[in-house]
Design a protein. Structure first.
Length: 343
């Protein structure tokens, strides 16, 4: 098995780190397919997933369909692109060709991720995904912590909280500062997060120096505004947001703006002051919170009800955006007030 693959299989998740170690000893020339495979690995390292798909397909074709390493990495790239049906089909075919436990673990992991991602409420897909993650744990002797997280999350999604929480606690014991440790802690604290889109736990320091915590905002309708001074549609939206914050000042409503991709704090503060943005302002300097919410573009608005459940999200600003956003906020406030009045 090529050295690059052996290193790669240490991380069985979509967030794997890819090795760029040479695929063959320097004393012997690499076959053309191995050179292509190496090129595909490097593209995956750089997040060039579309290019990686083409390269890895070419490598497998040069190997006359016998490069299972290419097929595993191709499944990984396709998972990143959301081509989940293709991943399921590819991994099924590849699993039938190998008894290698490391390869099988990697293929089952990608298959489980694809099945889980496309499942929706499909009991069949969720059952198959669960079986795939359990296969990964069995094939790795329980050493795949990524599969442990994935299985724990899936169990919570299917309302098997006791087993799911136990697995996530094991994940945290193994990796207290792992890639998804914060998410695991949020899920352990509130398993409902696996079944319902909710705001993650957070503690954000505003530019005014106060700390906003997710739990402190419970009981209020919360609108998160992800924006930047460098973003023309974001700037265009500021007057509407300013008006919105004033109109709803007496309501159980909080608007929080999170500035992303800003490099000059002084310029950011000047913009905020000049435009009378008097509601809480956060500078997401390292982009961690923005990434945590998987913000797809700017501006992005995420609206949560008093329980923290995300009820609406929208990206972009143009004709109709203000009316659409205000309507969603009013509806959420009305439901919240009606719920509070119910004995």
């Amino acid at each position: 098995m090529p050295k690059a693959l052996a290193l790669l299989l240490l991380h069985l998740s979509l967030l794997s780190s890819f090795s760029s170690a040479p695929l063959a000893a320097a004393s012997t020339p690499q076959p053309a397919w191995e050179q292509k495979l190496q090129e595909g690995i490097e593209q995956l390292e750089k997040g060039q997933n579309q290019q990686a798909v083409k390269t890895l397909r070419a490598a497998d074709k040069q190997a006359q369909g016998s490069c299972l390493e290419c097929q595993l990495l191709l499944a990984k790239a396709q998972n990143r692109l959301g081509a989940w049906k293709d991943v399921v089909k590819l991994t099924e075919a590849a699993l039938a060709k190998t008894n290698d436990p490391e390869l099988r673990a990697g293929l089952y992991n990608e298959q489980g991720l694809a099945l889980f991602a496309k499942s929706g409420d499909s009991a069949k897909d969720l059952t198959r995904a669960e079986d795939a993650f359990r296969q990964v744990l069995a094939l790795t002797g329980g050493s795949s912590n990524a599969a442990r997280f994935n299985l724990g999350y899936l169990l919570l999604k299917t309302s098997r909280d006791a087993e799911g929480v136990a697995l996530l606690k094991e994940y945290l014991e193994n990796e207290p500062k792992g890639t998804r440790s914060d998410e695991a802690r949020d899920l352990v604290a509130n398993p409902l997060r696996a079944r319902t889109p909710m705001l993650p736990g957070f503690a954000l320091t505003t530019l005014a120096g106060t700390v906003l915590k997710e739990e402190d905002l419970r009981g209020k309708v919360v609108l998160l505004d992800f924006w930047g001074t460098w973003c023309p549609p974001c700037v265009e939206a500021v007057p509407a947001l300013r008006d919105l914050s004033r109109r709803l000042e007496s309501k159980p409503f909080v608007l929080v703006s999170i500035a992303a991709n800003e490099t000059d704090e002084a310029a950011l503060r000047q913009f905020i002051q000049r435009n009378e943005m008097l509601w809480p302002q956060v500078w997401d300097k390292d982009g961690v919170f923005t990434q945590k919410l998987k913000v797809p573009g700017y501006p992005t608005y995420i609206l949560a009800d008093p329980k923290g459940e995300i009820v609406f999200s929208d990206t972009g600003w143009g004709p109709g955006s203000e009316q659409r956003l205000l309507a969603k906020i009013k509806t959420t406030l009305q439901k919240a007030e009606k719920g509070a009045a119910t004995p």
